[in-house]
Ligand binder design. Structure first.
Ligand code: F6P
Length: 549
């Protein structure tokens, strides 16, 4: 890729963004009756409508030219070929292999990864079916009723999000997720669970993560107290790449489900890390989830850039972040079952794209990943949407709408959908002074009152959103949706020239926590700290003298 070419493409985009009407969306609708059809695309079950953005034909062409100049197609080919696209860790990023069919080919470098992927998948299926069919029983010879996944970050968020989305009361087991090292989280969880009927999965790629190992040790003690040492080991399994550490922790070898270092934590829900999903939802649901993601993998790999949903979502983001200077984005799923999707996407996007240097190590010349946040609709409307409608800086929104509900309350669902559509329309169209004046006059307001309140009641409009429309929410469509976001992140990595697959930025805090931990035991700072940290250590010691060990 020629740097000059891509700088020319960035400059062309900047010129378009500098035009006075660059952020205007309403005129694009006013002059083009076909805008919805022309600025939406379908892949698999997902319709992506990006017409409610300020992308004109010229802007879209400039964005696609940028994608060409940044060689997004070449990056995509290297990703699927198992090249070491995670250059700072010298690894491939091959999560697509985890959801591949037996006939698909994936290599990490020269190694054919499919035999191992399929072998682990077969062991996961056999284990899952054996638990569900009562061929594997509890230490007391009963059936398991609950599965507890202990993990954090990518070893928690993806599976917890999917379980929240797809679990129903007739599912085989109840799924629970324990992440935080906060003892309150374990106390709360412990109160819900019977050790005699609970299967514990310790999910950790590295099997060294402080929070997970602390919770795993607490849980092992809890199982041992109830079932003895041999009984406890019948209730535990590990999901990890670190087979030596799982053995040292006391997990039986046939209870360890492995994966490889080319699976990034935030892309790992499709690997052994997803075992809690197979157990809680059933093997067939897990297989459908993988199959859905594979549909999106194939679309991403094969579709031309201007038809390609992950590429288009990424280009819209570039327009918002680099063109118009919008530093954040909201994800509003109008489906309560997707309540944990924003949390999962926060890791997938912000851990991947929160980078300040290019792959070369040079500081970036432009902004990279935005802040991502979200809540389910309609709840969001009654908390932060005020800022999105009338705040000083536009916040682009991803609306996720699901056409058919899995309940019989059509009235509720119509209200839910009406609100989702209305929010997107309100952000786009706004409400101008004339409309506010007419409305207030009609309501009988005095002229002075109208003048006083007018600025407060005007909505500027031209606030962008994209809408992703799913026919229904099930394992197959959810797999497609999650893979869409994963690939969007990879494309943004290529466009910004950063490595979306490493996360060095989480290391420093972990190191410092290990310095401070013994100081909390001692009740006083021992290593040099800034005055604030040292002062707070002393205050904490005074407030919690029992915390000294
Ligand atoms: O938070 C940092 C991180 O390294 C994430 O990238 C990862 O998903 C998480 O910790 C958990 O790591 P592990 O699966 O190794 O316990």
């Amino acid at each position: 890729m020629a740097e000059d070419e891509s700088e020319t493409a960035w400059a062309a985009l900047k010129a378009l963004a500098a035009r006075p009407d660059a952020a205007a969306i309403r005129p694009l609708f006013a002059t083009d009756p076909d805008r919805f059809a022309r600025f939406s695309r379908q892949a698999g079950d997902i319709l992506l409508d990006f017409s409610k953005t300020a992308l004109s034909d010229a802007v879209l062409a400039a964005l696609l030219a940028l994608a060409e100049a940044r060689d997004v197609a070449g990056f995509r080919a290297r990703l699927f070929a198992g090249a070491a696209v995670n250059a700072t860790e010298g690894r491939a990023a091959l999560h697509m292999a985890l959801r591949a069919a037996p006939e698909d080919e994936f290599r990490a470098g020269t190694e054919d990864v499919m035999p191992e992927v399929l072998a682990v998948r077969a062991r996961m299926e056999e284990f899952t079916r054996a638990i569900h069919e009562g061929r594997i029983l509890t230490a007391k010879g009963e059936g398991f009723t609950d599965v507890l996944n202990i993990g954090i970050g990518g070893s928690d968020l993806g599976p917890a999000m999917v379980a929240r989305a797809l679990w129903t009361p007739d599912a085989p087991l109840r799924g629970h997720y324990l992440a935080n090292v906060d003892g309150h989280a374990w106390a709360e969880m412990q109160a819900k669970l019977d050790p005699a009927r609970t299967l514990v999965l310790v999910a950790s790629k590295t099997f060294t993560t402080q929070e997970t190992m602390a919770n795993a040790a607490l849980t092992r003690d809890w199982l041992r107290a109830a079932l003895g040492e041999a009984g406890a080991s019948q209730h535990m399994a590990a999901l990890s790449t670190n087979l030596a550490a799982t053995g040292a922790f006391g997990i039986l070898p046939d209870r360890v489900f492995g994966f490889r270092d080319w699976v990034g934590g935030r892309f790992s829900l499709w690997s052994a890390i997803g075992l809690s999903l197979a157990l809680a939802l059933g093997w067939d649901a897990f297989a459908r989830l993988l199959a859905g993601a594979r549909v999106m993998d194939q679309h991403f790999r094969d579709a031309p850039l201007d038809e390609n949903l992950p590429v288009l979502l990424a280009l819209v983001e570039v327009w918002h972040v680099n063109g118009l200077g919008y530093p954040s984005r909201a994800v509003l799923a109008y489906d309560e079952r997707l309540a944990r999707l924003p949390a999962h996407l926060q890791q997938v996007e912000m851990e991947s794209l929160g980078k300040r240097v290019a792959l070369s190590g040079a500081p970036l010349q432009r902004a990279s990943g935005p802040v991502v946040f979200g809540e389910p609709g309609t709840n969001a409307q009654h908390s932060f949407m005020q800022l999105l409608h009338q705040g000083t800086t536009p916040v682009p929104v991803d609306f996720i709408l699901v056409a058919r509900p899995d309940h019989a309350h059509a009235n509720s669902h119509r209200k839910l959908l009406a609100n989702g559509l209305a929010q997107a329309e309100a952000l786009l169209m706004g409400k101008d002074e004339a409309a506010v004046v007419a409305e207030m006059r009609k309501a009988g307001a005095a002229e002075a009152e109208i003048t006083r309140l007018l600025p407060h009641r005007v909505f500027p409009g031209d606030r962008p959103s994209v809408t992703m429309l799913l026919p229904q929410l099930d394992a197959f469509t959810l797999g497609q949706l999650v893979a869409l976001y994963e690939h969007k992140v990879a494309v943004l990595g290529a466009l910004w020239g950063i490595n979306p697959f490493d996360q060095w930025g989480v290391e420093l805090g972990k190191q410092l926590a290990n310095v401070i931990l013994p100081e909390l035991s001692a009740g006083v700072a021992q290593k040099p700290h800034d005055a604030s940290t040292a002062g707070l250590i002393s205050k904490l010691a005074a407030l919690w003298p029992e915390g000294r060990a």
